[in-house]
Design a protein around this ligand. Structure first.
Ligand code: C2O
Ligand code: CU
Ligand code: CU
Length: 544
């Protein structure tokens, strides 16, 4: 199913013509070597339902091959989730019509949830609830992977505040592929604080899952063809929203709430309205901000979410408004820029979806001035204000690592052992020595980049770093000095809310404060460029 027939030949010709052939294919086995010798994960016994756990919501969730009409012509073979509500209120599970995406799951804070996961794929999988704070053995760690034809029962209580989360596979080294072929879904949590605001809901709240895909002439998905498709991350030339191509939505002339989720494996978006209207942001990964913020544009990296207030009142019937991705630079190394052409380069200008105002209505809700309250941590709340827990991004043609090591089970470093019920300061940075001095600006432009590349500098790129467990707060960003690429993205970060994924630009250092409460055990942290994750840019924290 995943074989592909097209791509490598023309690509190799391109490489040879540009003189990059040797560089591109040198050292090929390096990263493979790095991934060998990882201790095998032990096989965990199947987990069954606990009869003493009284579930408010019970769902049967299957992942299996299927086929969906995405483009005109042949249907596309995909992998997809399907869900069946066994117990709970209607509205808990909503199918997205003609989409490979899993149904939208809506939970409420305080609910006890039981999910029966059936693996109908021809290979191992495990499902993770990205954004939810659940016990380690309910989090979808690859340690609990489910073999083809087997199942696993999850039981947890929803302790999260209101927010948009994601469910997606998390098996060792095959997460990206499984997500790419269709396995992902939106998981909303609602709570009373959110409900009291009376934000647009029902038909006026639109989940919008943004992904990119590459199709062959028979409408079948093409995935990673060579090492570079992994090094830079895999990019399609088609933007799909909720699994649909060229999405246009008919709307009334009133306010809507847009719930955006970047479900792409690697693509980073710089979202903005095409007519220059600023974006009004209500929330991010971990739910509502304290108050709305307006931004000229917002960067949305894989795994990140965005809650947007879109007010079409006063707009004339028949007019359109398009959400676009604006030009930016710096997120990919020069090599990546060349390798990820496919007709839709990252950082080029392209439409994402369009609204068409088709109906005039007279009333529209007002934007609340205050949205929510949450505990804001300071350095004084952390157990380690002088000694941040390091997350050092290592990116070289040889290996994708964190803290100098590719993912391995049961390979916890002293700095990765976290005492339970503490609040920690963490510092995400790029491994030293790669970038030389004076920032990265020169490296990514012109021939300077080529020379830098031999020393590894050309590998430097942006990484959306995701931490499992509780959401964190962003304390500070230290930007690279005099970097014009950074200037093209810097106004698009929303650092005032609760996050579980943060985009870290080349040369940038980000300090975060994260609580590690309630649950002991292994909690992953990794790059949410899923190709990077699968190459080893993932580690575990052992909360103990
Ligand atoms: Cu969205 Cu560890 O993943
Ligand atoms: Cu996650
Ligand atoms: Cu990465």
């Amino acid at each position: 199913m995943f074989a592909n027939s097209y791509g490598d030949k023309s690509r190799r010709r391109f490489l040879t013509q540009t003189g990059l052939g040797l560089l591109a294919y040198a050292g090929l086995p390096g990263w493979l070597q790095a991934m060998e010798g990882m201790p095998e994960m032990p096989k965990m016994p199947e987990r069954r339902a606990d009869p003493t756990f009284k579930a408010d919501v019970e769902i049967e969730l299957r992942c299996q091959p299927g086929s969906v009409a995405i483009m005109v012509g042949e249907p596309t073979r995909v992998w997809q989730y399907s869900a069946h509500l066994l117990h709970g209120s209607a509205g808990t599970v909503t199918e997205i019509p003609s989409s490979y995406l899993g149904p939208i799951i809506r939970l409420h804070q305080g609910q006890k949830v039981r999910i029966h996961l059936y693996n109908g794929l021809p290979e191992t999988s495990i499902t993770h609830w990205h954004g939810l704070h659940v016990p380690a053995d309910m989090d979808g760690h690859p340690l609990y992977a489910v073999a083809s034809g087997e199942k696993r029962v999850y039981e947890f209580e929803v302790v999260n505040r209101a927010g948009l989360n994601i469910y997606h596979p998390h098996p060792h080294e095959t997460t990206a592929k499984q997500v790419y072929y269709g396995l992902a879904g939106a998981l909303f949590v609602h709570d009373d604080e959110e409900a009291a605001l009376g934000l647009p809901s029902g038909a006026y709240e639109l989940p919008l899952v943004i992904q990119d895909r590459l199709f062959d002439a028979q409408n079948q998905l093409i995935y990673v063809r060579n090492r570079h498709d992994r090094m830079a991350g895999f990019y399609g030339d088609r933007i799909l929203v909720n699994g649909w191509a060229d999405l246009q939505v008919d709307v009334d002339s009133r306010a809507y709430r847009l719930r955006l989720l970047n479900g792409s494996t690697a693509r980073i978006y710089k979202l903005a309205w095409d007519d220059g209207t600023p974006l009004t942001v209500l929330g991010v990964d971990g739910g509502l901000l304290e108050r709305p913020e307006t931004k000229p544009y917002v960067m949305l990296a894989p795994g990140e979410r965005l809650d947007v207030w879109a007010d079409f009142s006063g707009r004339a019937v028949g007019t359109e408004l398009t959400m676009v991705s604006l030009p930016f630079s710096g997120v990919l190394p020069m090599m990546g820029m060349m390798m990820q052409g496919n007709g839709l380069p990252v950082g080029s200008h392209y439409p994402v979806f369009t609204f068409k105002i088709t109906r005039k209505v007279s009333d529209s809700p007002k934007l609340p001035a205050i949205l929510s309250h949450f505990k804001r941590y300071t350095l004084q709340d952390t157990a380690n204000p002088e000694k941040p827990v390091p997350i050092a991004i290592g990116e070289s043609p040889m290996a994708m690592t964190l803290n100098g090591r590719p993912y391995a089970y049961n390979d916890v470093l002293p700095s990765e052992r976290i005492p339970v019920n503490t609040v920690q300061l963490l510092e995400i940075s790029h491994e030293g020595g790669m970038m030389g001095h004076g920032g990265m600006g020169g490296m990514r432009h012109g021939m300077g980049g080529m020379r830098g590349g031999m020393g590894g500098g050309m590998m430097s790129m942006a990484h959306p770093i995701h931490l499992h467990g509780q959401q964190f707060q962003i304390l500070s960003r230290t930007a690279p000095a005099h970097d014009e690429a950074y200037a093209s993205v810097r106004d698009g970060f929303i650092d005032s809310g609760l996050k579980d994924t943060v985009l870290v630009m080349p040369g940038e250092t980000v300090r975060i404060i994260k609580p590690f409460q309630d649950f002991k055990g292994l909690f992953m942290y990794h790059c949410h460029n899923l190709e990077h994750e699968d190459m080893g840019m993932m580690r575990d924290f052992l909360v103990e």
